[in-house]
Design a binder for this molecule. Structure first.
Ligand code: SF4
Ligand code: SF4
Length: 371
């Protein structure tokens, strides 16, 4: 496999976090500053067509400016995911690098956001940061929302707010993995949450933006995911996509129960690591992975690679719109079966990655887990 082909990379610069989210315990298992990925290791990364910088909370790192400067030398596009709390740091960085993207997590209404994030002032700070970035003329700015039972009714109102502000709107739902140090996340009232996604899909399909039509497909896939069904598209993580954690471990994704390690970039070169037997074993794992997660990091490359399927879905639904027929979640067999009593809550729970019996891993002890 050539290492010269541009890849899609996610760089987890720290596991430290100032938030206390209900669906993520990463803040309980932070990395230590002295062990976090260094500039020297970052310089070894391959050329990328897209890089997501994430955490923890990436703006906790005091050398984030140097990290972005290094990554800009090897990546066509950089987007930083943040909870938006450190307004001054975000403004300072984007002044220096106005062409990067910023995604700020806002979990719905002020009350819901602050309760979910465990940050008393979180909504106001995040929203102010977004507004200031927009006022300064930054183009690639947007909201990110993790939809769960308590904030699902805020989904469409938040989308409308993002639309008024001419901003991107990224969605996710609950996942379990070593990355979130969680294994007890699960949607309880699936039809209610799905209905809110259905409304969002119709808003997106009704827009004039082709990008939003494809977002509609992604949200259609989220409905399928919360019912615990097989992914709508294959997962090709670790083939032309990678994650690297604060310890220098290169992984296929952030969705596995235990950390899967292809190699360590602190001690190996990129070519050695990427072409190793251990990396191939992880690729083999990915081929057989049954976690069926549906997060933008793994779905976006799949949507580009298997463009025919989402494009056909979009074309079919735009045609429907012209005949005034809307998208319905009951296009999915799982939603019909649930409505008709053929699929129960218990069956969906079983298909999910929620596991109330085991202790969640944090990826610190899994450095050699290449199997
Ligand atoms: S979801 Fe993000 S902001 Fe919340 S605790 Fe986890 S790492 Fe921190
Ligand atoms: S389905 Fe893909 S992204 Fe999800 S855990 Fe498996 S390999 Fe990772």
């Amino acid at each position: 496999m050539s290492s010269q082909k541009k890849l899609n990379g996610t760089v987890i610069v720290t596991y430290r976090c100032n938030a206390r989210c209900t669906m993520c315990s990463r803040y309980k298992a932070p990395s230590r500053p002295e062990e976090e990925i260094s500039l020297e290791t970052i310089r070894k990364l391959p050329p990328m067509y897209f890089t997501n910088i994430t955490g923890g909370e990436p703006f906790i790192r005091e050398d984030l400016e140097e990290i972005v400067a290094e990554l800009k030398k090897k990546s066509d596009r950089i987007v930083i995911s943040t909870n938006g709390f450190f307004t001054d740091r975000i403004l300072k960085l984007t002044e220096k690098f106005p062409d990067i993207g910023i995604r700020i997590s806002i979990e719905g209404s002020e009350k819901n956001n602050n309760a979910i994030r465990g940050l008393d002032d979180g909504y106001r700070r995040g929203y102010e940061t977004l507004k200031k970035l927009r006022e300064r003329g930054m183009k690639d700015v947007g909201f990110g929302m993790t939809v769960q039972d308590c904030n699902a009714p805020d989904l469409v109102p938040l989308y409308k707010l993002s639309d008024e502000m001419c901003m991107e709107f990224a969605t996710a739902s609950l996942h379990n993995s070593f990355y979130f140090v969680e294994n007890k996340n699960v949607i309880h009232d699936r039809p209610m949450v799905a209905k809110n996604f259905e409304d969002l899909v119709n808003e997106l399909l009704n827009s004039k933006s082709p990008k939003k039509w494809f977002r509609a497909y992604f949200n259609h896939g989220l409905i399928n995911y919360i019912y615990g069904q097989k992914r709508l598209l294959p997962c090709d993580m670790a083939f032309d996509t990678f994650f690297i954690d604060p310890y220098g471990d290169v992984m296929p994704c952030n969705g596995t129960k235990d950390k899967k390690v292809m190699g360590n970039l602190n001690t190996q070169s990129w070519d050695e690591l990427w072409n190793s037997e251990q990396a191939d074993r992880v690729r083999d794992f990915v081929r057989h992975c049954d976690r069926n997660c549906w997060m933008i990091g793994s779905v976006s490359p799949a949507m580009q690679k298997y463009i025919f399927k989402p494009a056909f879905w979009v074309a079919r639904h735009k045609l429907k719109f012209w005949t005034k027929k809307k998208y319905s979640m009951y296009e999915l067999k799982c939603c019909r079966d649930y409505r008709d009593g053929k699929l129960t809550k218990e069956m969906c729970d079983k298909c999910s990655t929620c596991d109330m019996t085991s202790v969640a891993k944090d990826g610190r002890d899994g450095h050699n887990s290449g199997e």
